[in-house]
Design a protein. Structure first.
Ligand code: ADP
Length: 396
């Protein structure tokens, strides 16, 4: 069966068509600037790439153009849309309602919409993506929602309740949810396979380090804790996000700057993290380049980041009463030897010892621990699309 995987943003639509007979990617692409001037689609198939300017007032036109590129011209990979057996959608917030992927029906769409206050930037465009797909592909093609939060629904209340008046959990569902669940699940499972271990008897810390970043403690196949919280702002510092703070930093900052509510949220979400501390860039490549040239604040960003990762590895090893494996993934996790190396320094005492030569490998699955290290340290490139396609196949 051929499965279309969709990741719909407010002005973008990422797609990937996967042939599940051999899990190969037939084509992928990105529609950008939907609803804005200068919208375009980049389509990749048969080892080539096409960029087409196309007016796309809404996601529905983006779906039509994508389908057009998949079925006609040099980038075609299908005879017609009937060749697509099912569609899998990434949905960011499933709240407490979804602990696993589900077949989409009216009730599911309504619930995703109701959860929008918890992910105002993500859930509404994802519902738009689902509705547009229904319009373009018809109601006969089954669609599945795969939630970023679902994998972490196995957390215990002691890990997800915040120490604020309990009534806010009851009335407004304020708690830790965690995100990047599809990626954490994929790399944790893959790490067990890679090491020939039983996933249900395996203690792994997964580090998804991209522009957004989170870590998870995965014990015997289940997420028992994760760094992000109510929203993807918590936990590790990130490209532009602060990560965890003493909560009074936000209230004190508000008093100093006069920025409250949405403006304070903007400061913490878009002006903080790597960008805020370095004053240079949110991009780790820029940070590493500046640090190599002696920029002290860029070096500070690198040191803070690696230190935070290391602290969570320690915390999660304690939470799991041991550690078999640490997995690095995401743009930084897969490509930055210095972040991996510094995050793993000084932990020989509990079995982490890395081989700096193996650690230089990029973009491929690798075990970069020393042969005798008790804890295996791995790079596993993430593949959220494949995970979404697998869940979709299983459900349909
Ligand atoms: P997103 O969360 O947007 O999917 P990615 O997973 O693509 O982000 O990660 C982007 C981050 O990965 C950026 O900070 C980028 O600088 C970093 N990165 C990508 N390639 C390298 C590299 N070769 N060396 C260091 N950092 C890298």
């Amino acid at each position: 069966m051929k499965i279309l995987v969709i990741n719909s943003g407010s002005s973008s639509l990422k797609y990937q068509l996967i042939d599940m007979d051999n899990e190969s990617v037939l084509c992928k692409g990105l529609c950008e600037r939907i609803g804005l001037v200068g919208s375009s689609v980049t389509h990749k198939a048969h080892g080539k790439e096409w960029k087409v300017q196309n007016t796309m007032p809404t996601h529905a036109e983006a779906f039509s153009k994508m389908l057009d590129l998949m079925t006609t011209g040099d980038g075609a990979v299908l005879q017609n849309k009937a060749d697509i057996g099912a569609i899998g959608h990434r949905v960011v917030h499933g709240g407490e309602k979804f602990a696993a992927s589900v077949i989409i029906n009216d009730e599911v769409i309504k619930t995703i919409e109701e959860l929008s206050p918890l992910a105002p930037l993500h859930n509404p465009p994802q519902v738009q993506g689902i509705r547009s797909a229904q319009k373009v592909f018809g109601m006969d093609v089954p669609q599945v929602a795969v939630f970023d939060t679902a994998f972490h629904q196995t957390m215990d209340p002691k890990a997800y309740i915040f120490a604020i008046p309990y009534e806010f959990y009851e009335s407004h569902s304020i708690r830790r949810y965690g995100f990047h669940g599809t990626s954490h699940r994929y790399v944790a499972q893959r790490a067990a396979e890679f090491l020939g271990r039983d996933f249900n008897d395996f203690k792994v810390v997964t580090c998804h380090l991209g522009n957004g970043a989170s870590m998870a403690a995965v014990l015997n196949g289940k997420s028992i804790d994760t760094t992000m919280g109510l929203t993807p702002l918590g936990g590790l510092m990130m490209g532009t996000r602060s990560g965890d703070l003493d909560p009074s930093v936000a209230t004190y900052l508000a008093d100093i700057t006069g920025e409250y509510g949405a403006n304070m949220s903007k400061l913490l979400n878009t002006k903080s993290g790597f960008l805020g501390v370095s004053g240079i860039s949110s991009d780790n490549r820029d940070i590493e380049a500046a640090a190599a040239e002696g920029n002290e604040r860029a070096q500070l960003v690198h040191d803070m980041y690696s230190y935070q990762i290391k602290k969570y590895i320690g915390a999660y090893a304690a939470a799991m009463n041991g550690l078999d494996c640490v997995v690095f993934t995401g743009g930084i996790g897969e490509n930055s030897p210095s972040t991996r190396s510094d995050a793993c320094q000084g932990m020989e005492f509990f079995g982490i010892e890395i081989d700096e030569t193996l650690n230089l490998k990029r973009g491929e699955e690798v075990d970069f621990s020393t042969p005798d290290a008790k804890v295996r340290t791995l790079v596993i490139p993430t593949d959220e699309e494949l995970m979404i396609a697998r869940d979709t196949l299983e459900l349909v």
